[in-house]
Design a protein around this ligand. Structure first.
Ligand code: PLP
Length: 464
């Protein structure tokens, strides 16, 4: 044991908000012999060895996203069980925007998750993954008539974002002579200091939600209650993403509860759920502490229980985690194309870039990086993508071993907002996706080729 780092042999599990160390069950990705080191930071359970990941990269090519199936399950159960310990009626809706591979969304459906969707595409993925409309939420600040029609037809819950959006829905309902289930997204004016400004969604200057401050939420609630084509079921707020502090969640819970109580006082209407949104962050950095779902539950659930003690029924608590369920399960494997050492800085040039992992350029996001060559750290390097833009840097200065051309470089925690944000910019092909479950690896999306780039283009001879 002395040769190995303690974390290589212990899986961190969170029970009751406390991080516990459990013996790690070494599976497919485990070391073949004791001399080969497991990288303790591959994911928070350190399941894959370098040689295993090299094998996967050689088998499927590069760049390739891989997903640890067992970790997706662990994170889902951590979320739903963590909340169920603190509240009797809980529903977890997976936020599809984090990753829509059909295998992932179908797996989460089988584990019991519902779906939070933003577009007809995402709603269609949810239906294909075995969801019924009853378990799908359609949330968007800008819904077209076509999208509303699709949601109505499939009995999907429509999350209304503005008074104008409510009017549009009323018109469509009249036109199609149908009813619809509705909830309201609220802008609670809650600031989040721990997250990037582009993913802070709950303060008053964002485009999201009916304002709590100016009372728009009550105007909307009154209209919905008076409209017999609308069944007004609940309220919602999503205050941002990658949040690792308790105060904003606590403030949001208090505001949602006070709104629900005011709706009951003003109109005598009792809602059946409070949707707290997603947003729980993950530890992207080596020394960042985990904020467990159970800790979140221990903060928000007592607020809801206390507020609703005089209601006939306690409302259900709904959650919409995306990142927390899939981010840590994902690793983007790429290959080193060249290594450029200069007097000013050192670059590792890889065969992927912001076209496949946009988070660094979009949110200045930090992803841990490992070079799978078994050497120890030597120099500061920047990992540069292959896109023809100066901004295409996947990391700033990092202490890394000097790679050889052809070495595999792994970008960790890339399972959420990785592939779903990928594009075909510079006409690079979208990467393959591979699932690792138990001892087996499965191709769950083949790498694109030139035919995929051409797929929807039409050659018009008269233009050429
Ligand atoms: C309405 C809504 N719900 C849930 C989520 C999921 O957030 P996260 O992945 O941070 O949990 C998002 C993300 O942007 C969102 O916009």
């Amino acid at each position: 044991m002395s040769k190995f780092n303690r974390r290589e042999f212990f899986q961190v599990s969170t029970i009751g908000g406390l991080a516990l160390s459990l013996p790690l069950n070494l599976k497919a990705g485990g070391p073949k012999n004791k001399k080969e080191k497991l990288d303790p930071y591959f994911s928070s359970v350190g399941r894959f060895s370098h040689s295993f990941l090299r094998k996967i990269a050689n088998k499927y090519g590069s760049p390739t996203y891989i997903y640890d199936w067992d970790l997706i399950k662990t994170r889902y159960l951590e979320f739903s069980d963590g909340f169920k310990k603190h509240y009797p009626k809980v529903k977890v809706h997976y936020a599809y925007k984090a990753n829509t591979n059909l295998n992932i969304v179908s797996y989460l459906t089988s584990l019991g998750a519902g779906a939070e969707c933003i577009s007809i595409g995402e709603m269609s993925f949810a239906l294909k993954a075995g969801q019924t409309g009853k378990n799908i939420i359609f949330t968007s600040n800008s819904k077209s008539e076509e999208e509303l029609g699709f949601a109505i037809k499939n009995n999907i819950l429509i999350n209304i974002d503005s008074l104008s959006g409510l009017e549009n829905l009323e018109k469509v309902l009249k036109k199609v002579k149908s009813k619809s289930r509705v909830c309201f997204r609220i802008n609670p004016d809650v600031e989040t200091s721990s997250t990037h400004k582009h993913i802070s969604t709950g303060h008053k200057f964002t485009k999201f939600g009916l304002m709590y401050l100016n009372g728009d939420i009550y105007k909307a609630a009154k209209r919905a209650i008076e409209n017999n084509l609308i069944s007004f079921e609940g309220i919602h707020s999503h205050i941002g993403s990658q949040i690792l502090e308790s105060k904003p969640f606590e403030k949001n819970a208090n505001i949602l509860c006070s709104i629900a109580l005011e709706i009951k006082r003003k109109f005598g209407h009792e809602i059946s759920f409070i949707n707290m949104g997603g947003g729980l962050g993950i530890p992207y950095r080596d020394n960042q502490a985990r904020f467990s779902p159970e800790r979140l539950a221990s903060i928000v659930c007592p607020i809801i229980k206390k507020s609703f003690s005089k209601f006939k029924n306690l409302p259900e608590v709904w959650l919409e985690p995306g990142r927390y369920l899939v981010a840590e399960a994902g690793v983007l494997l790429s290959r080193v194309n060249s290594v450029k050492m200069t007097d000013i800085t050192n670059f590792i040039n890889v065969d992927t870039g912001f076209n496949h992992l946009a988070r660094p350029i979009m949110y200045e996001a930090y992803h841990r990086v490992r070079i799978l060559n078994g050497k120890s750290k030597t120099k500061k390097f920047q990992v540069a993508g292959n896109i023809c833009e100066t901004g295409d840097m996947l990391t700033k200065d990092r202490l890394l071993p000097k790679p050889e051309v052809g070495d595999i470089l792994a970008l960790l925690d890339s399972g959420a907002y990785g592939f779903t944000m990928a594009s075909e910019y510079n006409s690079f092909y979208l990467p393959a996706e591979v699932a690792i479950k138990g001892k087996s690896d499965y191709l769950i999306r083949k790498r694109e080729d030139f035919d995929d780039l051409l797929r929807n283009q039409k050659i018009q001879k008269s233009l050429i």
